[in-house]
Design a protein. Structure first.
Length: 358
């Protein structure tokens, strides 16, 4: 089709769950729209990034995209982006992550294209930042929130937080690529007899490795697996913890499938894809009591919500004795009914068309 609308994704945080999110949308909607993805390189950006996307998706690296505030690099990054926009002439620009959201709304809001912003976790909610920086991030979001740009949060919790800084907003909950998971996993694959607990993600402050370690110390007879790596691996000192390092997406699911219980002791979340994926894989999920986790998990119905290491450990001990199939099935149905990739793509298709037609 030659009359497809052109969509440009600006993605500074091209790593972790954001990659999966972008991949799901671009590949799922490539028959409807032309996609160009301008991204920043991070340590966790996949080496084989191009292989994650349909060959019709165009990838362009923005050399000066950086996570921290850097006036020189930020100025150069917005020049790169303006040059790309002039070449690509998009109909719609979708900003992903707080950094891209700030640069886009401050410097790119006067073009002929429409603009959408998805935070993937507001910077002013990041507890590892100093209070003065969080206040600065909040002020930037407040200023940018007045620009002509629709904010689309990844879940209800993020949307409710976002209403403090931008009233022109909505939310479309994350979705899991169920077909990919089904293709990777082999139901007949023999699992180890040993009971295992796991989590997935970067070993960083947000994911609370200290609490993960404390839980493991309370249960020395159970193996704990952290799928990922990061700068705070030194916090994982309990001898029953294994850190896998970065793995391919296929390897992550294969490793997770060898485990029994998924835990997510995060200090904050947007709407965590790793949790959605674990629920679809029929793992019992135990999560911290924070926004994002609470959007998905109904305590005692499709998972468990805990606050202290002792609460996590007590639930895990009970599950080691008996896994509740009803909770597993409720979790699986939650994903199939409300958080699948087909549903996500349909919602975004409708939203893109609505925004473009205004």
């Amino acid at each position: 089709m030659t009359n497809k609308k052109k969509i440009l994704y600006l993605v500074e945080a091209m790593g972790g769950g954001v990659v999966t999110y972008i991949e799901t949308l671009a590949n799922g909607l490539i028959d409807e729209f032309d996609f160009t993805i301008a991204y920043g390189q991070r340590d966790q950006t996949p080496d084989d990034l191009a292989n994650h996307f349909d060959k019709r998706v165009k990838l362009v690296e923005i050399k000066n995209f950086t996570r921290p505030v850097n006036p020189v690099k930020d100025f150069l990054a917005q020049k790169e982006i303006k040059k790309l926009i002039k070449e690509e002439k998009p109909d719609l620009v979708h900003l992903h992550s707080s950094k891209a959201g700030a640069l886009g709304r401050l410097f790119l809001c006067k073009g002929d294209y429409k603009m959408i912003y998805t935070p993937h976790g507001y910077s002013f909610l990041m507890q590892d930042s100093k209070l003065i920086m969080r206040k600065a991030y909040y002020l930037v979001e407040k200023i940018c929130g007045r620009k002509k740009c629709l904010t689309v949060a990844c879940g209800r919790g993020e949307w409710e937080e976002g209403l403090k800084v931008c009233k022109e907003s909505t939310f479309i909950s994350n979705g899991v690529d169920t077909r990919f998971i089904d293709a990777v996993l082999n139901d007949d694959e023999k699992k180890d007899d040993k009971f295992k607990v796991y989590t997935v993600g970067r070993v960083e402050f947000q994911k609370n490795p200290e609490l993960f370690n404390e839980i493991a110390e309370l249960l020395p007879g159970i193996e704990f697996v952290w799928i990922g790596q990061g700068e705070l691996e030194k916090k994982l000192t309990s001898p029953n913890i294994k850190v896998t390092g970065w793995m391919t997406r296929e390897e992550v699911f294969e490793k997770a499938n060898q485990c029994d219980v998924f835990i997510l002791p995060s200090r904050w979340e947007g709407l965590p894809l790793a949790l959605l994926e674990a629920m679809y894989m029929k793992k019992i999920c135990i999560v911290s009591d924070v926004v994002g986790n609470r959007d998905i998990v109904n305590n005692g119905v499709n998972g468990f919500i805990c606050e202290t290491a002792e609460e996590f450990a007590e639930v895990i001990k009970q599950l080691e004795i008996r896994i509740d199939d009803k909770i597993i099935n409720n979790a699986y149905e939650t994903i199939v009914d409300h958080y699948n990739d087909g549903w996500l793509c349909e919602r975004y298709k409708d939203l893109y068309l609505e925004v473009l037609e205004k």
